[in-house]
Design a protein around this ligand. Structure first.
Ligand SMILES: Nc1nc2c(ncn2[C@@H]2O[C@H](COP(=O)(O)OP(=O)(O)OP(=O)(O)O)[C@@H](O)[C@H]2O)c(=O)[nH]1
Ligand SMILES: Nc1nc2c(ncn2[C@@H]2O[C@H](COP(=O)(O)OP(=O)(O)OP(=O)(O)O)[C@@H](O)[C@H]2O)c(=O)[nH]1
Ligand SMILES: [Mg+2]
Ligand SMILES: [Mg+2]
Lengths: 291, 275
């Protein structure tokens, strides 16, 4: 795993005492290999290694009494920057009503994650409304309805014929019940589902989301980035949620996302239960990687 | 002189990228390129020749028996795999396929955990026109399966297809639950498993091989259902799985309608990978 490879590199450096430029280059070569093996995008790795190398050749590293520790610290800081800078970037309800929409590939975990977000927002003192915007999948409505019941949040259950009616009805319902945040579930789709991509474009126009988060399966590998770029063209993304982070998959796309899409990873799904969602904290993830 | 070398020199980096981009895991890709490169002893191969050798290598790795076994009275087919891979949809598609081959099919909704899972399968069963054994939330999947088999025998069904809950391969309790289900079928009820199918999502990266390793270490996996090949992913993970574990792909799913399923075709898949 990325963590194991990195750990080996820094332990070796710390044992060395004074470091030469060659030692640093060798260490960064190993870091490069482990990032690539973890499916981090090739171009992202290239620029990351270049910036890190430059930061390592600074006097505070080379002149330090414990240069190995300094290199570890530099890599850690660079990783945090790569991930969007310190601090988590959760949903901030800056005005009411606040509209959130989840999009993504079939089976990535959108519906489950929407339920998790609802519970999280409720615990933070908000009044979310879950909207069953997937009119295609069998029992998508029942699935979200059950999650709403389990989370103890409102569900827009009125049966409608079109997405347009659904969005208008949900908005009216939210205002009547003074619910401050609307959470819209959408059907899974991929970039070659032309009709579904057109539909998504239309939903964005009608719903005018304040946050559009792409839900990505952590076990997807590097394909997550080109997929996100396709979605971004149709539904401008404000961030990502990586699900199934509890799987042993490397999830290297987490490191490439901010660099490639320009928006941060905001949450991670860490299990099948409603409470299994965490804010994505760059410092925590970087620390996990450098060991 | 320069024009000649441009058309004849095989670009190994480009070939490596092609195979990895098709989803073939790094170790298997390296292994294939090494083995193909070794036969360079027979002369300096052109790019076309290398591709031909890769095609032959892939074809031989994937040359496993992909016959779907529907044997038993009733034949019992168990479908498993990680969360969101496409198990429930595949169960419905397979039921539709077998119904049109005049089998009397019973579906068993053994996902007793996830919200809407039983409803989802029930709606699909209704669309296909086959009966479904429902379950209640939190019910032990083994008891659902046992009841399903009893019903199948009583109603003289030809085939029972069991849909199970998604489970990540590193969840030991869920893997034990799966082992218990197979024991209930084969030992407690006494019916042999005709197929135990692992559903693999074509969009999954290197982790697919680990999924196959872990599941096949826990229970016998007789075949793979490869899903979502219509999404642009080529499903190359099945090459490493075939090479290391000798598990054949039996069915390939390429869409969300009941008809988007077909038997594994080795040449189709090799063409898809090399395109
Ligand atoms: N272990 C684990 N399972 C998850 C996580 N998030 C979602 N799942 C599971 O993944 C499967 C798919 O989740 P869904 O919410 O139905 O996915 P979806 O994106 O809505 O699927 P479609 O609507 O069909 O596109 C379910 O079995 C979920 O329980 C997670 O973080 N960890
Ligand atoms: N495009 C495409 N979508 C598919 C295919 N197979 C399944 N899907 C979609 O993937 C999503 C998940 O499918 P399910 O059958 O619910 O997956 P599952 O493995 O049963 O999920 P869990 O029970 O939650 O673990 C659904 O939206 C399906 O329609 C396929 O071959 N192509
Ligand atoms: Mg859904
Ligand atoms: Mg299912």
């Amino acid at each position: 795993s990325v963590k194991k490879a990195f750990g080996g590199v820094f332990d070796g450096l710390r044992r060395k005492g004074l470091l030469s430029q060659g030692d640093i280059d060798a260490a960064l070569a190993e870091v490069r290999v482990s990032l690539l093996a973890a499916d981090v995008d090739y171009r992202v790795v290239k620029s990351f290694i270049a910036r890190t190398r430059e930061a390592c050749l600074d006097e505070r590293v080379l002149g330090s009494m414990t240069p190995g520790d300094q290199v570890t610290k530099v890599v850690y800081e660079q990783l945090v920057q790569e991930l969007g800078g310190p601090g988590s970037k959760g949903i901030a309800i800056t005005h009411i009503p606040y509209r959130v929409m989840l999009v993504g590939l079939q089976g990535s975990g959108k519906t489950t994650t929407l339920g998790k977000l609802a519970l999280l927002l409720k615990k933070e003192g908000h009044y979310p409304l879950l909207i069953p915007g997937d009119l295609g999948r069998p029992a998508a409505y029942q699935q979200l309805q059950k999650l709403a019941a389990d989370a103890g949040v409102e569900f827009f259950g009125e049966h409608v014929d079109t997405l347009e009616d659904l969005l208008r009805g949900a908005d009216r319902f939210a205002r009547e019940k003074s619910l401050d945040v609307q959470l819209l579930d959408t059907q899974g789709r991929h970039e070659f589902d032309a009709e579904l991509m057109d539909q998504l474009r239309m939903v964005v126009t009608m719903y005018r989301p304040d946050d559009t988060l792409i839900v990505l399966d952590s076990m997807m590998g590097s394909k997550a980035i080109p997929l996100s770029q396709s979605f971004d063209k149709v539904a401008p993304l404000t961030g990502a949620i990586f699900t199934k982070f509890d799987s042993p998959a490397q999830g290297g796309a987490v490191l490439s996302f901010k660099d490639s899409i320009g928006k941060p990873v905001r949450y991670i799904g860490v299990g099948e239960h409603l409470q299994d969602i965490e804010y994505f904290v760059p410092e925590r993830h970087a620390a996990r990687i450098v060991g | 002189q320069e024009r000649r070398s441009r058309s004849t020199a095989p670009d190994l980096d480009a070939l490596e990228e092609l195979l990895i981009d098709a989803g073939i895991d790094v170790d298997t890709t390296m292994g294939i390129l090494q083995e193909v490169g070794k036969s360079r002893l027979l002369g300096r191969p052109t790019a076309e020749q290398i591709i031909t050798r890769i095609r032959a290598k892939l074809s031989s790795v994937l040359d496993l028996d992909s016959t779907l076994h529907v044997d038993g009275s009733p034949a019992v087919l168990l479908v498993t795999g990680v969360n969101g891979a496409g198990k429930t949809s595949s169960v419905a598609k397979l039921a539709n396929m077998l119904k049109h081959q005049n089998y009397k099919v019973l579906l068993v909704a053994a996902d007793t955990f996830r919200a809407g899972a039983v409803d989802q399968l029930a709606i699909l069963a209704n669309r296909v026109g086959v009966p479904v054994m429902r379950s209640v939330e939190g019910q032990d999947p083994s008891s659902v399966v046992f009841n399903g088999l009893q019903k199948a025998v009583a109603d003289r069904m030809d085939v029972v297809i069991i849909d199970t809950a998604g489970r990540l391969e590193n969840k030991k309790n869920l893997i034990s639950e799966l082992q218990k289900v197979t024991r209930v079928i084969e030992d407690k009820f006494g019916l042999p498993l005709s197929e135990t199918l692992l559903v693999i999502d074509a969009t999954t990266g290197e982790n697919a091989l680990m999924q196959a390793r872990t599941f096949s270490e826990a229970i016998h996996i007789s075949g793979i259902i490869l899903t979502k090949v219509d999404s642009g992913a080529k499903g190359g993970s099945i090459v490493g799985i075939a090479r290391e574990l000798k598990i054949p792909v039996k069915l390939v799913c390429n869409g969300e309608t009941l008809l988007s399923i077909k038997p594994f075709d080795k040449d189709d898949i090799v063409n898809m990978i090399l395109l």
